[in-house]
Design a protein around this ligand. Structure first.
Ligand code: ADP
Ligand code: MG
Length: 410
């Protein structure tokens, strides 16, 4: 990097507003000596204008001035969009504590009593510049984090959608494959029969009867498999609508769980694990089936990835029952590895994962927790025994609360 490319750290700009020329002159000298850019104003009106254009990092503001006084000037600065965040330090010879309160009320951050030592002025300036810098960094960090969180949630949703598509493809594969096989066999037999007829001018009754039997069989296979495919599409359509819209509707819990389990089939089928569902067929809820499905999928996935990690068999039980007063108790349970007692408190924290670097994001259960408490209006708790398994219990209202705008939106 050559000399000219060295990045310039901009010097902080200080606006000094004071009606006394001798103070202005003294501060100008001393502050410039210490590396600040200094902008001067002799009246509050002038100061307000300069504040707007020079965008100083900090303002030293005299309190007693002819015309607009320092307190009023400060109030106006705090009301201005461009100037409201600039820290204001009052300079005053008034020592009345009441005055100080007025100054803080007006939005000042500190006081310097005249006459002052330059060291004190510098110390206070540096403190407030550092504070402002830290504040800005924090604000930026909050914005970045909110953005990151949004990205991650979107990512999780897309992953869910990907799983859904994979699920549909996987489930449709069998009936469509069967239909194709039946159709092409039928086609071959028809070609054969036709060829025979044109060559020989006739077919034997027995051959024709054979052909009819095969035709009936083919049509039967086709009808059954196409019905099966149509059922699958209908089933997935609802899951897709739920997953993409976060709509509130009435639904049978058993159906929604079954739909979501179906979307997990491609994942499950590659594993030796079984999902057992025990939910009363008539259990009806009015809630948000999309987010609820996301919760159930997450818990089942965790049971496979964490609970049964390293095992070659296992059952994941999803069960529900009606509790008194319109609540539903829904459990997702595995009898796998369990969670370290010290970790149990932390599993709902964002980014807590015991699979760092091997596929874990540590966000699954945090999202689960947020959905259960903020969207579904329920609670979630976990019981786990090391080596004995893990049970998540969701306590959900059959009638979900009206969702807050922000949670319903994304
Ligand atoms: N069924 C389970 N059995 C054992 N441990 C689990 C189970 N579910 C979650 N955990 C633990 O909780 C942690 C956090 O889970 P989660 O938030 O979904 O993040 P991730 O799955 O990305 O690690 C996991 O890393 C794991 O240690
Ligand atoms: Mg997870």
């Amino acid at each position: 990097m050559n000399q000219r490319e060295v990045p310039q750290v901009p010097m902080p700009t200080i606006l000094v507003v004071d009606d006394s020329l001798s103070y202005l002159g003294a501060l100008l000298d001393r502050l410039e000596q210490h590396g600040f850019m200094v902008v001067l104003a002799q009246t509050a009106a002038e100061g307000l204008m300069r504040a707007e254009f020079a965008e100083p990092d900090l303002i030293l503001l005299d309190v007693v001035m002819p015309g607009i006084d320092g307190f009023e000037a400060c109030r106006r600065l705090k009301a201005g969009k461009a100037t409201k965040d600039i820290p204001v330090i009052f300079m005053t010879s008034l020592t009345d504590p009441k005055q100080k309160v007025t100054g803080f009320d007006a939005g000042g951050v500190d006081y310097i009593t005249k006459p002052f030592q330059i060291e004190e002025v510098l110390a206070r300036i540096n403190t407030h510049l550092a504070l402002r810098k830290a504040n800005r960094e924090l604000q930026n960090m909050v914005v970045t984090l909110a953005q990151a969180r949004e990205d991650l949630v979107r990512h999780e949703k897309l992953a869910g959608l990907g799983a859904l598509v994979a699920g549909i493809a996987h489930e449709l594969n069998t009936p469509i494959g069967n239909s194709l096989m039946a159709a092409s066999t039928f086609e071959m037999q028809t070609v054969d029969l036709n060829q025979h007829l044109s060559e020989e001018g006739t077919v034997k009754r027995s051959a024709f009867e054979h052909y009819i039997r095969d035709a009936q069989l083919a049509v039967d296979i086709l009808t059954r498999n196409l019905h099966r495919a149509a059922d699958i599409v209908t089933n997935f359509k609802q899951v897709a609508v739920d997953q993409t819209s976060s709509q509130r509707r009435s639904f049978l819990l058993a159906e929604v769980v079954a739909g979501n389990v179906l979307t997990l089939q491609p994942t499950i089928k590659r594993t030796p694990f079984l999902i057992k569902q025990d939910i009363p067929a008539a259990l009806m809820m009015e809630s948000y089936p999309g987010p609820l499905g996301q919760v159930i999928s997450n818990l089942i996935n965790n049971a496979i990835v964490h609970g049964y990690d390293g095992r070659d068999e296992g059952v994941i039980a999803v069960a529900a029952q009606l509790s008194p007063h319109g609540w539903v108790s829904l459990t997702v349970e595995d009898s796998g590895n369990g969670i370290q007692p010290a970790d149990v408190r932390r599993i709902f924290d964002p980014f807590f994962t015991t699979k760092l670097g091997v596929g874990g994001s540590g966000l699954g259960l945090n999202i689960v927790h947020n959905i259960v408490t903020e969207v579904l209006g329920g609670t979630i708790h976990v019981e786990s025994e090391l080596g004995g398994g893990t049970r998540f219990t969701l306590t959900l209202p059959m009638l979900a609360p009206d969702v807050k705008k922000s949670s319903a939106d994304h």
